[in-house]
Design a protein around this ligand. Structure first.
Ligand code: ADP
Length: 298
């Protein structure tokens, strides 16, 4: 019986000890579980906070993009308005003159004064040319960019550009000179657009030397790692460097200039990875320096 009671006691003690151990370990697990669930709650909250922050950022970014777009659109609209006004003005003026000449020519025809009528018609022709020049300039402004660049012979481009203004230079008694060393000078460009720049600069030089006693225009070509094509004149010089390359900046009378030539030209030269720099010469007159990277023969 002694042994039996010892057994019973042993078993009871063991069970008691075991239950106690289980109780404490359960307690530990429970408290750890509570801790974990608290942690996960905190994590959830943190997550939510982060999410709302991300959301806020996204909204801020969207409203920024929207503001930028609106700004871009409104400045585009402003430019469009300015452009429309200038174009309308430039085209309205010859249109009004054409109407007058037409009425005059009609009247002259009715009275059989054909010679005078012919003069009126040739004036009409001149006005149509002017309008064509304006629309051509505008088109070249719109269509810039996509051409592939290829080596262009600068001297050839200059001579074909000059051939288009040569008559005009002669009739204004402008002495014209080209100064360069022998040998080919090549630049990476689009030939037609490079010639367009040269024509613009030659025409501007012609306008600048109006009224000068011995009008002179010289083009100097210098070829280093950068090619310089310098259009020099002995005209009135540049007054306003700040606005010189701005679209629609012109000091010419309405009908003589629309102020797109230099804006277009500097855009074209920038497309060819070059620069167009203007300065006044120390002995009077202006110089426009077309700078383009030299292209080795391919
Ligand atoms: P536009 O010839 O239609 O006026 P441009 O953009 O070609 O337009 O020229 C803008 C202005 O820059 C001219 O009106 C003139 O005042 C000035 N300019 C251009 N070339 C010369 C030059 N060679 N000498 C002095 N001023 C010039």
């Amino acid at each position: 019986a002694g042994i039996f009671s010892e057994w019973v006691f042993g078993i009871l003690a063991f069970t008691g000890f075991f239950s106690l151990a289980m109780f404490f370990s359960n307690q530990r697990i429970r408290s750890r579980l509570i801790g974990i669930s608290r942690e996960s709650d905190e994590l959830k909250q943190l997550n939510m906070r982060l999410q709302s922050e991300v959301e806020q950022r996204k909204q801020a970014q969207e409203s920024l993009a929207y503001a930028e777009q609106t700004l871009e659109q409104s400045s585009k609209l402003a430019a469009l308005g300015q452009m429309s006004a200038a174009v309308a003005h430039e085209l309205n003026q010859p249109l009004a003159a054409m109407k007058t000449y037409m009425a005059g020519a009609n009247m002259l025809m009715e009275r059989h004064r054909t010679e005078e009528a012919k003069t009126a018609f040739s004036r009409l022709d001149g006005l149509i040319d002017r309008m064509t020049t304006i629309t051509k300039q505008l088109k070249s402004y719109a269509g810039k960019g996509a051409d592939a660049l290829e080596p262009v012979d600068v001297k050839q481009a200059l001579s074909s550009a000059f051939s288009l203004v040569a008559q005009d230079y002669r009739s204004h008694s402008i002495s014209y000179k080209e100064v360069f060393d022998s040998g080919d000078v090549l630049v990476l460009a689009d030939r037609v657009r490079l010639e367009q720049v040269f024509i613009n600069l030659l025409r501007n030089a012609r306008d600048a030397v109006q009224g000068v006693a011995f009008p002179q225009v010289t083009v100097v070509i210098e070829s280093y790692s950068t090619v310089h094509i310098k259009f020099q004149d002995n005209g009135h010089g540049i007054d306003d460097f700040e606005n010189l390359f701005e679209p629609f900046y012109t000091t010419k009378r309405p009908g003589d200039g629309i102020g797109l030539g230099l804006a277009i030209s500097s855009g074209i030269i920038a497309d060819f990875n070059g620069r167009l720099i203007a300065q006044n010469l120390s002995h009077g007159g202006a110089e426009f320096d077309v700078q383009l990277p030299y292209s080795p023969k391919s």
